[in-house]
Ligand binder design. Structure first.
Ligand SMILES: *Cc1c(COP(=O)(O)O)cnc(C)c1O
Length: 395
């Protein structure tokens, strides 16, 4: 009998990391700026090459990357930054940390930005920060065209979207700056960590210095040196670097990206097909240009009350599968009304309605067909536990 799988464990770190880590344990060389070709510097070069961009800067987290991205744009105090109202609390937090003001944009029940609301809020915006939540990609054609027309820079929060593509272009390379996370739940895992990518020499020079390339440590970045010289001593040092140990864990995982993407997509699409066969569950289809790299599945409950939705989550857990309903699980960090640190904010009825019925279940790329069948059966069965089988198929 197949038991419900453990969906929380990450994949093992490739063996190739071991020799490098042993070397570091022997010589204690853990700081990226001790040498010119430290593991962190090599990670940056390899990640930039993988993404097809000129520059990358590794840092302590994706939140730190987002913060540095905002700072490197040189936004004034109090600048208004559009963000989707469906994102992780770390995103509005990074905006606040950068002394900017987040402006929340409505999200539709397919988890993607409401372009009409986006456009209506654009006039007063100084920057745009698009979170591709779990890889669900909003209409980037419309967003980039509007941003270009208004001359407003776009940062992509691709923390959990590595491997997703839009018209065959890698997510995170569409805007001026892209940011990714290496926290353990993301596609590449070093426990903690993040990386910022850009093709803009001035932005990378500013971000590198502010990340903590004090004195002339920026000379250890293979980047246009005149921009660094220009910014020398003119920027604060926020010291949010990545260490060599983390980079050694990450470098051999880059080669794993294609397999993790392929398996995650296959697993997701298989389970989505099974869930969509239920009259009570709906996995919103992607926009046409999107090819995602999922390690979880999101779906909406159809025709459920709040109590019914809670009962569904309980029934799924009783069947061995944990489901989070973003707006109903207590203190969920992706429910905007829990971001009380922002102070007063307008209600966003569309996003709120979505969050109250949108479910989240982990679906790691390593799962096998029998485990996927079990998860899908538990979810479909849980809906039937609440709504009744007869009703579902009745006349
Ligand atoms: C994980 C995540 C973050 C934060 O990443 P950290 O590396 O933990 O700071 C930000 N945005 C999204 C969409 C995420 O999924």
């Amino acid at each position: 009998m197949t038991l419900p799988p453990n969906v929380y464990d990450a994949e093992p770190i490739p063996d190739a990391a071991r020799a490098e880590i042993d070397r570091m344990l022997a010589d204690g060389d853990l700081f990226r700026y001790t040498s010119d070709d430290s593991p962190v510097a090599l990670l940056e070069q390899e990640f930039a090459a993988h993404m097809g961009v000129k520059y990358a800067l590794a840092c302590a987290s994706c939140s730190a990357a987002l913060f540095l991205a905002l700072k490197s744009l040189g936004l004034p105090h109090g600048a208004r930054v559009l963000i989707p109202a469906f994102t992780f609390a770390a995103v509005p937090s990074a905006v606040v940390h950068a002394a900017c003001v987040p402006v929340l944009v409505e999200v539709k029940d397919n988890y993607r930005i409401d372009i009409e609301d986006f456009e209506s809020k654009l006039e007063s915006a100084d920057a745009i920060l698009i979170s591709h939540m779990r890889g669900h990609t909003s209409d980037m054609d419309a967003i980039l065209a509007l941003a270009f027309a208004h001359d407003i820079p776009v940062i992509e929060d691709a923390a959990h979207s590595l491997g997703t593509e839009w018209h065959g272009r890698k997510i995170g390379t569409l805007g001026r700056i892209g940011c990714f996370s290496f926290q353990s739940y993301k596609l590449l895992n070093s426990g903690e960590g993040g990386i910022l990518i850009t093709d803009d020499a001035d932005i990378i020079a500013r971000a590198v210095i502010m990340s903590g390339a004090y004195e002339h440590n920026w000379k250890k970045h293979p980047v246009l040196q005149d921009r660094f010289a220009h910014w020398q001593n003119k920027l604060p040092l926020y010291n949010t670097r990545l260490g060599n140990l983390s980079a050694a864990l990450l470098r051999p995982q880059i080669a794993e990206i294609p397999r993790r993407v392929r398996d995650g997509r296959r697993n997701h699409d298989y389970v989505a097909g099974l869930l969509n066969a239920s009259p009570w569950l709906h996995v919103p289809p992607p926009l046409e240009p999107e090819a995602r790299a999922p390690d979880s599945i999101q779906f909406n409950l159809k025709g459920f009350s709040d109590d019914g939705a809670r009962a569904f989550a309980d029934a799924a857990e009783a069947r061995g599968v944990k489901v989070q309903i973003f707006g109903l699980s207590e203190d969920n960090a992706r429910a905007f009304w829990n971001w009380q640190f922002l102070g007063d904010m307008p209600d966003l009825p569309q996003t709120r309605a979505m969050l109250m019925r949108a479910c989240d279940a982990r679906l790691p790329a390593r799962l096998k067909r029998a485990e996927l069948d079990l998860i899908a059966a538990a979810l479909v069965g849980a809906a039937e536990d609440v709504k009744g089988k007869a009703l579902a198929y009745g006349t």
